[in-house]
Design a protein around this ligand. Structure first.
Ligand code: AMP
Ligand code: GLY
Length: 427
């Protein structure tokens, strides 16, 4: 039987999800962004606000969807999975109550503490700005200041890294966050593991390292993610034996404590001198990380979705064994002062062997232009991170100079810096 799948969301991540299922199903998609890549793959596309649960559920019913994959956290928070489930369309994505693991950072830490999930840093929750500022003054060490709610990855300020204590306090006083989490600053190298979860079953995918800072050399403000790489196996070059497994144990502990969880469980870890600690959990694929993972997943993703819906044990996953490097092209000035309206010069032809994923672009008279968000990404694959990086760069040669790219992602130099950093910390 051919499944009818609805993909919710219109970014690079959702383009990767759409491409992973397109050949094996009847594909429909809905999003507020008219992603040209997704629209080309789909049998039907509807411009819908993806945070409107009733509108998404109506569209799913109208197209006869059996399954839905929800990309963005905003949709999960709004209860899109709940609405789809209630309409009889299996949503591969948690209901709003379970998505709180991502959408409420205070709940996330309290959940970890209550269930003794390993890897939880020291933390405290405040709903009073002045009390939070006092805590900053009195705390012995650096803190990460985190608004409890969703901020698109841009709300966290790390004292001793991006800001001073004084700047962190000013940031809190100038913003009007209802609740903030202050937690021990974790020092090390970050990595992501995404797992497919249903009925207490969990299947993990290779670790990925994202690059959140806007500029080369990890400078500048945090972004939604400028690019990412994965290696030929599950682990990354700066990780040692046992690190990947320790992180998977954390994800398993979450699923044991939350057996009703379904969808992608994304663990963001800091590899410290004491092993992996949890930076956060997300309740969906990462963007860009989905673009590293899905192209090397040989197991049909539709089989994972159908097994989840049918209550079958999830298939064992097989991967191609290729390394991947993903680089986003973003408007000049992104994220603080993005230059919208620049024409985009890369297309599938000029991308060559690399994969091209569209994110936020405007299509006018057959031409594509930047908006204020990340525009498109290319993914290179190869038998090493270096080979994948070279393929991604070849594809980007046509991108022109009106978009900005972190050319350092996946380069031998940067990967070596990660290795040296961990060697330093662990010696
Ligand atoms: P989050 O939204 O929780 O993923 O935080 C965004 C980014 O802030 C993370 O990817 C880290 O780079 C940084 N961050 C968050 N929490 C911490 C922490 N406890 N220690 C150090 N850095 C952190
Ligand atoms: N790449 C980070 C995220 O998707 O949250």
């Amino acid at each position: 039987m051919t499944e009818t799948v609805l993909v919710v969301g219109g970014g690079g991540r959702e383009h990767a999800i759409a491409r992973a299922v397109a050949d094996d199903c009847a594909l429909y998609a809905c999003a507020s962004v008219r992603n040209p890549g997704i629209r080309r793959l789909a049998d039907g596309f509807e411009a819908i606000d993806e945070t409107d649960p009733a509108a998404v559920a109506d569209y799913a019913t109208e197209v006869g969807a059996d399954l839905a994959v929800i990309g963005p956290e905003s949709a999960l928070e709004a209860g899109v999975a709940d609405a789809l489930d209630d309409a009889g369309v299996y949503a591969f994505g948690p209901r709003a109550a379970e998505a709180r693991l991502e959408t409420d950072k205070a709940y996330q830490r309290e959940f970890m503490e209550e269930h003794a999930i390993p890897g939880c840093p020291d933390y405290a929750v405040f709903d009073d700005t002045e009390a939070a500022c006092e805590y900053i003054d009195e705390y012995d060490g650096d803190l990460a200041v985190k608004p409890a709610g969703l901020t698109g990855g841009k709300g966290v300020k790390v004292i001793g890294d991006q800001v001073t204590s004084e700047e962190a306090k000013a940031y809190l006083r100038d913003s009007d966050y209802d609740r903030v989490v202050l937690e021990e600053r974790l020092v090390g190298e970050e990595f992501t593991i995404q797992a497919f979860v249903a009925d207490g079953d969990l299947r993990t995918t290779p670790a990925v390292q994202d690059h959140k800072r806007a500029y080369e050399g990890d400078e500048g403000p945090n972004t939604g993610g400028m690019g990412s790489y994965s290696d030929t196996g599950p682990s990354l070059p700066f990780m040692r034996e046992g690190d990947y497994e320790a992180a998977v144990e954390v994800l398993e502990a979450v699923v044991d404590a939350l057996p009703e969880y379904k969808g992608v469980l994304y663990g963001q870890f800091m590899l410290t001198d004491a092993g992996p600690k949890v930076v956060e959990f997300n309740a969906r694929f990462g963007d860009p990380e989905a673009m590293n993972t899905l192209p090397v997943l040989d197991t049909p993703f539709v089989d994972v979705l159908a097994a989840a819906r049918d209550g079958d044990s999830l298939p064992e996953l097989s991967f191609s064994g290729e390394a991947t490097v993903c680089k986003y092209a973003v408007p000049d000035g992104y994220p603080t002062d993005p230059d919208a309206g620049a024409e985009i010069a890369v297309d599938e032809e000029s991308a060559g062997d690399a994969l091209l994923y569209y994110a936020s672009v405007d299509e006018r008279d057959g031409r594509l232009y930047t908006t204020t968000s990340r525009a498109f990404a290319v993914v290179g694959r190869g038998d090493s991170v270096a080979a994948a990086e070279a393929q991604a760069e070849d594809a980007l040669a046509a991108a022109g100079d009106r978009v900005r790219i972190r050319h350092d992602i996946g380069t031998a130099d940067l990967v070596q810096r990660r290795i040296d950093h961990m060697d330093d910390l662990r010696s």
